[in-house]
Design a protein around this ligand. Structure first.
Ligand code: ADP
Ligand code: MG
Length: 660
């Protein structure tokens, strides 16, 4: 059913021609309809006209239906395409998001890298400018150096002249050295002659003043000082005739400490020259042994003054000789050695050992190294204090023991390299008073025996040395055993015989003077007594002259050596400076190389990074283009969507209107 007019389908016959025989044929159902009236004819005409119109409309409808179905299928396919594009767009958007994220991170990285690069660039720029500055300074320095080198090159002829001069000076110096050694040998020989004429042991007699107690007790002076200037001293003992003794020198009670020391002073020089020396104070208790040796703080004695002079001369000679000085303080009591510098009392007995040819020492004894006189004073005080600790009655004890200060001197001659070791013993001997045999008992007797034994051992040793005996009985007492190195041979000794002026002590005084003149007499001997004083004077003058000459030569030698050393050290200093500067230049050059190298690598890195950045930027712009393209396509899609929607609407409208 198409139009609702035809009810059934007619068999397939040729179409009836309307109007010819009064009937017509329905074009739709091909039914033969009879047309009899004009109305019917008109109706038939209208019908055929409408049928024609219907046919046309139908064909039009068919065409539209076809168009519609085509449009529909187009819409369908467009929708599909749209879906696909949507999908693709979605994917692209996701991709774009990813790309954007990647881009963001890479941009961040890039920013960081650029930041780092900028920082590095700044650092490098600073380093480079710094290096440039350094290079500039170095170049200036180098220029200066080359100028100096130039000067040096110019100075070479002068230098060779100087070298010649130095050589001549060195030759002169050698010559002077030889002469100096010859002079020294002569000096030593002369010194020995003088010493021999004087005797290796010199004895001085010192008499103290009468004490207040003695004066108030009415004691009288029995000492006669009339011949004191010639070394004579007389004792007027009661009614008996005056007894005279001769010494190297006699000190009256008026002579002060400095006067006494003046005679000991040459021995200090001998110690520094490498000789062993002994200085003793001998005498009855209370005659001033300790006063002479130690003295008081205001009125220093031989010990302190000796050390003071040792340091003074050592300082004066420091350009030619270096000295190393150490001190030990001992006490010999009842034939036992006590170390007065030991910080803790040792139960071990101190013994004397032979360390080598002509060298004895006490193992374990403290040897305090002293650098200056203040340190010496401390050491002497320590010794003095610990001496006091050992006894209840200090004076009593000290008078019964030998107090021995040993100064060890090690010297190194800087000119000829000679090394010497010498010792100076400063001994405050125990009281020499003889004890009445009936008085002495127990400990006192033992003490007295020990003192007597050691003092007579000292006399025996000196006696044996003077008579050039093959056996010297050093080992008969600890005192002589300890002094073995410093008694005999080249050693020198000095003894202060202390006496009291009081008539109360006359017999002891006589005994001391007898002992002392025995010591002195043995040494001088009959042959030496006949020394021609004029000859001695000549020898003395010669010695003095040669001393002066040697001193002058020593001085000029020292100056020459100083000059040589100065020249050498200057040349060395310049060489060193030049070397140092060259090293610096090399170091800076290598630093510069490494900096340039690292700068090149960083620049390379930078260019690589900017290449990557460029690539990323290009990829980014391509993506942006794609997005624009896709957005454009999406826009077209929307347009075609709206066209389709419009068409759909038209179709719906047409359908509603019944046009289709
Ligand atoms: P020693 O050590 O021989 O027993 P000291 O040295 O203790 O004798 O002296 C005893 C006393 O005599 C001390 O008071 C000391 O000051 C004094 N004395 C000793 N010699 C002299 C002198 N030359 N001038 C002044 N006083 C002296
Ligand atoms: Mg004393």
């Amino acid at each position: 059913m198409v139009c609702g007019i035809c009810i059934r389908k007619s068999p397939a016959t040729p179409a009836a021609k309307l109007g010819t025989r009064g009937s017509g044929l329905c074009k739709k159902c091909l039914t033969d309809v009879e047309i009899s009236s004009p109305i019917q004819k008109r109706t038939a005409k209208l019908i055929s006209k409408y049928e024609k119109q219907i046919e046309e409309l139908t064909s039009q409808c068919n065409i539209k239906s076809d168009e519609c179905s085509m449009a529909w299928s187009l819409v369908e396919s467009t929708n599909q395409e749209l879906d696909r594009l949507k999908m693709e767009l979605h994917q692209k958007l996701v991709q774009t998001d990813n790309f954007e994220q990647v881009l963001d991170t890479q941009t961040d990285q890039l920013r960081k890298v650029s930041q780092n690069y900028e920082n590095d660039k700044k650092l490098w720029a600073a380093a480079i400018s710094n290096l440039e500055r350094k290079i500039k300074a170095m170049k200036q320095e180098q220029a200066l150096l080359s100028l100096e080198a130039h000067d040096c090159a110019h100075a070479i002829p002068d230098l060779s002249k100087m070298i010649e001069a130095v050589r001549a000076l060195v030759a002169q110096c050698d010559d002077l050295k030889m002469k100096y050694h010859e002079e020294m040998a002569k000096r030593k020989k002369l010194h020995n002659i003088v010493q021999e004429t004087k005797g290796n042991i010199r004895v001085f007699c010192r008499c103290r003043p009468l004490s207040k107690v003695e004066t108030s007790s009415g004691y009288k002076c029995v000492v006669d000082f009339d011949g004191a200037n010639d070394g004579d001293i007389g004792i007027i003992n009661g009614g008996t005739a005056k007894k005279t003794f001769k010494f190297d020198r006699v000190y009256t009670p008026k002579d002060d400490q400095a006067e006494v020391y003046a005679d000991a002073s040459p021995l200090v020089t001998s110690v520094l020259d490498g000789y062993n020396v002994c200085i003793f104070a001998y005498g009855q208790t209370g005659t001033g042994k300790t006063f002479t040796m130690e003295g008081t703080e205001r009125n220093r004695g031989v010990n302190y003054r000796t050390l003071e002079e040792l340091f003074k001369i050592a300082e004066e000679r420091k350009d030619t000789v270096t000295y190393n000085i150490s001190v030990s303080v001992l006490e010999v009591y009842n034939e036992q050695i006590r170390d007065l510098l030991a910080t803790s009392p040792s139960s071990k007995k101190l013994e004397i050992k032979q360390a080598g040819e002509g060298s004895h020492h006490v193992p374990g004894i403290v040897e305090a190294k002293v650098e200056d006189i203040n340190e010496v004073w401390d050491v002497l005080q320590t010794g003095s204090n610990s001496r006091a600790v050992g006894s209840n009655n200090v004076n009593e004890h000290s008078s019964r023991s030998h107090c021995m200060l040993c100064i060890m001197v090690r010297a190194k001659n800087l000119i000829n390299g000679d090394c010497t070791r010498s010792k100076l013993w400063l001994v405050d001997l125990a009281g020499s008073e003889r004890l009445a045999k009936t008085d002495a008992q127990g400990d006192r007797l033992k003490e007295a025996q020990n003192i007597n034994r050691s003092l007579s051992a000292l006399g025996d040793v000196i006696s044996a040395l003077a008579s050039r005996s093959s056996h010297i009985p050093y080992r008969n007492s600890k005192l002589t055993h300890l002094l073995q190195d410093s008694l005999g041979g080249d050693s020198k000794a000095l003894m202060f015989v202390q006496i009291s002026p009081s008539d109360n002590d006359a017999s002891e005084t006589l005994s001391s003077l007898n002992f002392a003149s025995r010591v002195r007499g043995i040494e001088l001997g009959p042959a030496k007594k006949q020394v021609d004083t004029a000859e001695l004077q000549k020898v003395k003058q010669m010695l003095e002259r040669s001393k002066q000459e040697a001193k002058l030569k020593e001085e000029s030698l020292r100056k020459l050596e100083e000059n040589c050393q100065n020249l050498e050290s200057k040349a060395k200093g310049k060489e060193q400076l030049y070397k140092n500067l060259q090293d610096k230049v090399k170091e800076l050059e290598s630093q510069l190389d490494s900096k340039t190298h690292s700068q090149i690598t960083s620049e390379k890195q930078q260019s690589q990074l900017s290449g990557k950045l460029k690539e990323k930027e290009e990829a980014c712009t391509a993506l942006q283009h794609k997005i624009v393209e896709l957005e454009r396509k999406l826009g077209q899609q929307h347009q075609s969507d709206s066209v389709v929607a419009a068409l759909k609407q038209t179709i719906i409208n047409n359908k509603r209107l019944g046009l289709i």
